[in-house]
Design a protein around this ligand. Structure first.
Ligand code: ADP
Length: 310
């Protein structure tokens, strides 16, 4: 019973994203070695439409991590007035380019482009963000099934939970989880992974999904019963300490820019005082974020290995 084990703590163990990312990166290094021996340098290409300040921060982080690890990272920058046929042709060309192993559509893209059609145009074998309907559909059948890709943030949440599971020797089977947020790239795939059977790569958690129309008292009730709380709602302070079951594992996927004393600051969805109640907690910044970047590189080397049959 891990809840009682973790309640002995007075403060949550904060999960440093960099430490969790290191474990993922050691797998990436092993795969890179195999690829290097075969003369393959994995390349990931983000398709970037226009100049979105938010995207720039993420792109720079991805670039730095990719280059540090020894992957190629080549942005395809397109003007923000691009039309759909040109956008689709750009992706088609990258799909056909054998030197490109991974393609990501850096979201958000301008409203005049159909995001769903654009994301689905990425070749499934190069879809290292796991955003195509094929890869999201595969997730329903099994986590990381066959030659599919799991979206990076959900994969990061899974890897963090698996690391805690190993450290504490705990069993999630049949325990309660809540996910706040049901976006098709983040909240929903996380919930799918949490609830999935361990035989299918999931965690067997009884999982409740809350969203913007869930009455707050129902969110509070679900959180108070949850051994695992994941928040991906984009609402600062949504998860308050008084809601959280002592010893729970709290994964904060929110990235919110707020102003404090006139200065811009990044905060998550989880109130910092939750650290006084939880057993484990991921901070923001520096929690799930660095792990998500590591998962992108992880998916890219897997893509390169599959495409090169290594
Ligand atoms: P992301 O893709 O990063 O998860 P989105 O903005 O696309 O972010 O999605 C936010 C999600 O959070 C939506 O599914 C929305 O319904 C959910 N959400 C918004 N407010 C709340 C709230 N107060 N409680 C729970 N979920 C919420």
């Amino acid at each position: 019973m891990f809840a009682s084990l973790l309640t002995k703590r007075s403060l949550a163990t904060l999960i440093k994203g960099q430490d969790a990312a290191k474990k993922i990166m050691s797998q990436v290094s092993q795969d890179l070695e195999l690829l290097q021996k075969a003369g393959v340098k994995p390349k990931v290409v983000p398709v970037v439409v226009g100049d979105v300040a938010e995207s720039r921060i993420y792109l720079d982080r991805k670039r730095a991590a990719a280059l540090k690890a020894g992957l190629e990272f080549e942005e395809k920058i397109i003007p923000d007035n691009v039309d759909m046929p040109t956008m689709l042709k750009t992706i088609e060309d990258l799909n056909a380019d054998p030197s490109v192993h991974g393609i990501i559509v850096q979201l958000p893209i301008p409203k005049h482009l159909d995001e769903q059609v654009v994301c689905n145009s990425v070749d499934v074998t190069k879809d290292v963000d796991g955003f195509t309907c094929r890869n999201l559909g595969n997730l329903v059948q099994g986590v990381g099934l066959g030659d599919s890709f799991v979206p990076c943030t959900p994969l990061a949440a899974l890897k963090i939970l698996q690391q805690i599971q190993q450290t504490e020797d705990i069993d999630f089977m049949g325990k309660n989880a809540v996910v706040a947020g049901r976006s098709h790239n983040v909240g929903l795939p996380i919930a799918m992974i949490l609830q999935a059977d361990h035989i299918k790569g999931g965690l067997d958690l009884t999982t409740t999904i809350c969203h913007r129309y869930t009455p707050n008292e129902q969110l509070v009730e679900a959180v108070s019963k949850a051994d695992v709380v994941v928040s991906a709602a984009g609402v600062p302070g949504l998860i308050k300490p008084e809601f959280v079951k002592p010893g729970a594992i709290v994964i904060d996927v929110g990235i919110n820019r707020i102003k404090v004393d006139g200065k811009s600051k990044i905060v998550g969805d989880v109130h910092p005082d939750v650290a006084k109640v939880a057993g484990y907690m991921t901070p923001v910044p520096g929690g799930v974020g660095p792990c998500t970047v590591a998962c992108l590189l992880y998916n890219t080397v897997i893509a390169a290995r599959r495409q090169s049959q290594i």
